[in-house]
Ligand binder design. Structure first.
Ligand SMILES: [Cu+2]
Length: 356
């Protein structure tokens, strides 16, 4: 049974007033990743504007969110957050509006205010046919979930409450898969080769917000190409852009980490972050927060065999440096079946807005 089918089943069960029992050994999980015994699973379905959950409360501890979307056009962009102090959801929406302002000083203030007013726990950016899973440690409290895949209307996105109770002591490994860190100098520190199917652990070791979008690019694209494009002031799609499935880990607050599991066609990708810098107001990608990587089925144990946890920056073995020239064609072929990758478009829109 595919993830999509599972979520549809969950939706049907919810409609019937039932609750989907989860938390078992990754029941019918389509991917062949190791069973995460110590984790409670929540199925998350989005349509670009609304979130449907298989359960709206869990015990504190390790929680796995399995996400998919029915939104073929824009995908889903799931955000999980907690409010800090007296902050309200209206305040967060106002902060986000500032963060995406074309005025750099307003954008910088928006990021600083978001960092202050909320704690962000991902979740993920997914496309139709390209689900993703995020596992992380959550402590007791009231959380809010929204899907901002589609452009939200004037009222803002629909927000769903999610409650985490006292911890039941579940805990997991400190990391699964290769570790990617996001730094205060707006950089991704990542191995050059990541799994095409499997899990990575993403850590925000900085004092500001970051996310990590994994976007396909043409084979041979370098980080210098991306810098050059950013400095050219060009509008429209960059010459290295490639339509194809992508996923991303959504916004993480300073000090947070999350494990992102996904399956993408092998090939050349770039890790991107577009959060406005908290001082310059420029999107992080323009500050240098991009990293070209190769997604390989030969990386760190294929098929999500993520037991081996290399140290951050550990060299990768195997002849994975060569890029198969067919990848672009494969991605294009998949495009028709799985829909376009809107995250790139949305990101470009942000970049254009902020750089002009
Ligand atoms: Cu960033």
């Amino acid at each position: 049974m595919s993830n999509v089918a599972i979520v549809r089943l969950a939706a049907l069960t919810l409609a019937a007033g039932g609750v989907v029992a989860t938390g078992g050994p990754a029941a019918a999980h389509g991917q062949s990743e190791p069973v995460d015994q110590g984790s409670t699973t929540v199925l998350v379905h989005g349509d670009g504007a609304h979130v449907t959950l298989s359960r709206t409360s869990v015990d504190g501890g390790r929680v796995t969110f399995k996400m998919d979307t029915s939104n073929a056009k824009d995908g889903s962009n799931f955000t999980l957050l907690r409010l800090v102090g007296n902050a309200t959801l209206a305040r967060i929406a106002a902060d986000f509006a500032e963060e995406s302002s074309p005025n750099p000083s307003t954008a910088a203030k928006g990021t600083r205010d978001l960092t202050r007013d909320a704690r962000f726990f991902g979740l993920a950016q997914v496309g139709k046919g390209t689900p993703a899973t995020v596992t992380e440690q959550l402590s007791a409290g009231t959380y809010y979930l929204a899907d901002t895949g589609s452009e939200p209307g004037p009222a803002g996105p629909a927000v769903t409450k999610f409650t985490v109770g006292d911890s039941d002591g579940r805990s997991g490994p400190s990391a699964r898969g290769p570790v990617i860190t996001m730094t205060s100098s707006d950089r991704f520190i990542s191995p050059n080769v990541l799994p095409a199917q499997g899990t990575v652990t993403v850590r925000n070791v900085s004092d500001t917000l970051h996310f990590m979008s994994i976007q396909p690019v043409k084979a041979g694209t370098t980080d210098a190409d991306i810098d050059k494009f950013g400095q050219s002031g060009a509008q429209g799609p960059p010459p290295f852009a490639l339509e194809g499935p992508s996923v991303g880990l959504n916004i993480l607050s300073p000090g947070k980490q999350a494990e992102l599991s996904y399956k993408l066609p092998p090939g050349t990708y770039v890790l991107l972050c577009f959060i406005a810098d908290d001082k310059t107001g420029l999107p992080h990608v323009a500050m240098g927060m991009h990293k070209v990587v190769t997604l390989s089925t030969a990386s760190t144990g294929s098929a999500g065999a993520v037991a081996a946890t290399p140290a951050p920056g550990a060299p990768h073995t195997g002849g994975t440096g060569a890029v198969n020239p067919l990848n672009g064609l494969i991605a294009l072929a998949l495009l028709g079946a799985s829909g376009t990758l809107v995250v790139m478009r949305r990101s470009l829109r942000w970049a254009g807005a902020q750089l002009t």
